[in-house]
Design a protein around this ligand. Structure first.
Ligand code: NAD
Length: 350
């Protein structure tokens, strides 16, 4: 099987690529990534010499490039993760999200359809999406696969649109697809602009911890390797044409999460109890901020026997330890010197 994974130098993509390369030596994994600020080849340097792995630098917004790539490598499946993924950035520049998340996805769908059109047997377009497409919940209820879409941020709207295009290509052209919508991920290799890695970095450096609004926003959190495992399972055993919700059965108010993080880090860093908590500051709310997301992951649990393997406390400890053991990685992504790593590794300009 020749699998194209897009966005494999990013946070979740790197865990999916590593898992697939290591678990399936008979597959060839092609990792296509434009290496934007969020893409970092250091995330996957441990597998770059594997024989069943090829990295391709390229942009999914370039249709001509994609078509020639599909003709050259004749992929049998696609696992699509490449995206602009940060809500705050989408508020500043929505069009960048339309370009990558919508047009980029349609370009990939077109290239897949063109290559596979004579025989869809054993072909699959697996689309990785988010629970944010469903909008916001009040204090009770859960998102199921049948919840109607009601995206509130430009990021969520662009992902919702990409989901609709994937489904439409299934209905219109019979393109075999699976979509999964997952809750907030956390874990190693997360770019430190998102809550957990940002706050770990700030606690290490005794910088303030800016919590939006009153801190009562609620999210469901899933350890990134459990998401990668769910994608692997749904890719191999899921039913085509179906959606699977993936979540951690693990809801936390932001403020409670931050307090837990402070407590765990004070212990690990041998700081007096309560020291890091003093760094918390409340800042002006994000516009259109969704109050609560919560996923009902019963379908993937019952149909594919998937469930998270770690508790939040365990996953958070693993994550903190990873960041403490990989300060060089943290320094590099915050200084941008991973761009030099690319030039060195591949002997060309990033
Ligand atoms: N992070 C989460 O909590 C979460 C939760 C649910 C779903 N998702 C979805 O999972 C996917 C991966 O998310 P992530 O957090 O790993 O994102 P990320 O921002 O860490 O990584 C995205 C990757 O895509 C690449 N990329 C961006 N634009 C590209 C383009 N035009 N062409 C080729 N590559 C490009 C980047 O270089 C980067 O490596 C996204 O589709 C996201 O919507 C994320």
């Amino acid at each position: 099987m020749k699998i194209l994974i897009t966005g494999g130098a990013g946070f979740i993509g790197s865990h999916v690529v590593r898992r697939m390369v290591k678990r399936y030596p008979n597959y060839h994994i092609y990792n296509l990534d434009a290496l934007t600020y969020a893409g970092n080849l250091e995330n996957i340097k441990d597998i770059e010499s594997f024989k069943n792995y090829t990295f391709i630098k390229g942009d999914i917004t370039n249709a001509e490039f994609l078509n020639s790539l599909f003709l050259k490598y004749k992929f049998s499946s696609v696992i699509h993760l490449a995206a602009e993924s940060h809500v705050d950035r989408s508020i500043i520049d929505p069009l960048a999200f339309v370009k990558t998340n919508v047009i980029g996805t349609v370009n990939l769908l077109n290239a897949s359809k063109e290559l596979w059109k004579d025989d869809f047997t054993n072909k699959l377009f697996y689309h990785v999406s988010t629970d944010e497409v469903y909008g916001s919940l009040e204090n009770c209820g859960l998102f199921t696969e049948n919840t109607s879409y009601k995206p509130n941020s430009p990021y969520a709207a662009s992902k919702a649109s990409s989901d609709h295009f994937v489904r439409a290509y299934g209905e219109t052209y019979n393109l075999p697809f699976i979509i999964s919508n997952c809750s907030n991920n956390y874990g190693p290799n997360h770019f430190p602009e998102k809550l957990i890695p940002l706050f770990i970095n700030n606690i290490i450096n005794k910088k303030s911890l800016p919590v939006y609004g009153d801190g009562n926003y609620t999210r469901d959190w899933l350890y990134v390797e459990d998401h990668a495992k769910a994608i692997d399972l749904a890719f191999h055993k899921g039913k085509t044409g179906e959606t699977y919700n993936i979540g951690g059965f693990n809801e936390w108010k932001n403020i409670d999460l931050v307090k837990l993080l402070c407590k765990q880090m004070d212990t690990i860093l041998n700081r007096p109890g309560g020291e890091s908590k003093k760094l918390i500051t409340f800042v002006k709310d994000r516009p259109g901020h969704d109050l609560r997301y919560a996923i009902d992951a019963t379908k993937i649990n019952e149909e594919l026997d998937w469930k998270p393997s770690v508790t939040f406390e365990e996953g958070l400890l693993k994550t903190i330890n990873w960041y403490l053991e990989n300060q060089e990685w943290l320094k590099n992504v915050t200084s941008g010197s991973y761009v030099e790593y690319y030039s060195k590794m591949y002997n060309q300009k990033a």
